[in-house]
Write a new protein. Structure first.
Lengths: 126, 149
């Protein structure tokens, strides 16, 4: 029997509460949280150390924002799956994030179910 | 100055935040324009600077007791001072970011600045008068303060 390979999840958000919430609430069996970062710069460092397969990415962050970070991460690993999790609710922002390489968009605030549905959809092709 | 529709955007943002994050409705009082002085704030205030087409600030201010219960409703067990500040900033950030659904992407929001002091007053970064939207949740009172040019 073939075991399904676990996928490594990195969480990027400047809010500790949101980082902990995503870690606590995600219930996708295939996902293993390998770390969390508070801004884009920390995310790039964590990426180099942990080589994640999946990322949840906030957009409004200090140091380096999420859009710039998405672009840099996708350049390092084109197969990376990125779910943007942001309060920025305008369509143009979602469209830009997808254009820069993100694979999905979840608007804050979110329920546990919405988070898990968004992650499940992201992983459909993984 | 804010239009009635713009005020409604912020009310909807606050209502939506509590519905989803706290899974309990918030009661919204009558919004009012501060005509004399500056609005007072509670123990914690999260401030989002606004730039782009509009300039000013959006603030969410609440007492510690309210934030404590809100964290618990979110299944967060860490009720440290750092998490109180994190939460107040995140509420302000979420309501401001959601407002872009109506204001568009030219409504540019900053990362949150958090002030922890119950003796403070909200000093607006712009000349426009502030609108206060009173919020009552369980036994607690909070305010959303919006000041935009």
């Amino acid at each position: 029997m073939n075991a399904v390979k676990p996928l490594k999840l990195m969480i990027v958000d400047d809010s500790n509460i949101i980082r902990r919430r995503i870690e606590r609430s995600q219930q996708i069996d295939r996902l293993q949280v390998v770390g969390a970062a508070g801004n884009g710069r920390e995310a790039l460092e964590l990426f180099r150390r942990t080589d994640p397969d999946v990322v949840t990415m906030d957009l409004t962050m200090p140091e380096m924002d999420g859009v710039e970070c998405v672009e840099k991460l996708v350049a390092l690993k084109p197969a990376l799956l990125i779910l943007v999790v942001s309060a920025l609710a305008d369509k143009a922002t979602a469209v830009e994030a997808i254009a820069r390489g993100a694979n999905g968009f979840l608007c804050k605030p979110f329920t546990d179910r919405q988070l898990n549905d968004a992650l499940a959809e992201l992983l459909q092709d993984a | 100055m804010l239009t009635e529709g713009e005020i409604r955007t912020f009310i909807q943002g606050a209502v939506h935040y509590f519905e989803v994050s706290a899974r309990q409705p918030v009661a919204v009082g009558s919004p009012y324009l501060v005509t004399d002085g500056v609005p007072s704030v509670h123990e914690y205030t999260g401030i989002i600077g606004i730039s782009g087409k509009r300039k000013g600030a959006v603030c969410f201010t609440a007492p510690r007791s309210m934030l404590m219960v809100l964290l618990m409703r979110m299944n967060e067990t860490d009720t440290s001072e750092d998490n109180m500040k994190d939460l107040i900033g995140e509420v302000a950030n979420t309501i401001s970011g959601n407002a872009r659904r109506d204001f568009g992407r030219e409504f540019v929001i900053s990362v949150p600045t958090v002030v922890a002091s119950d003796n403070g007053k909200f000093n607006s970064p712009v000349a426009s008068r502030a609108f206060v939207i009173p919020l009552n949740w369980r036994t607690h009172s909070a305010k959303l303060i919006v000041c935009l040019e």
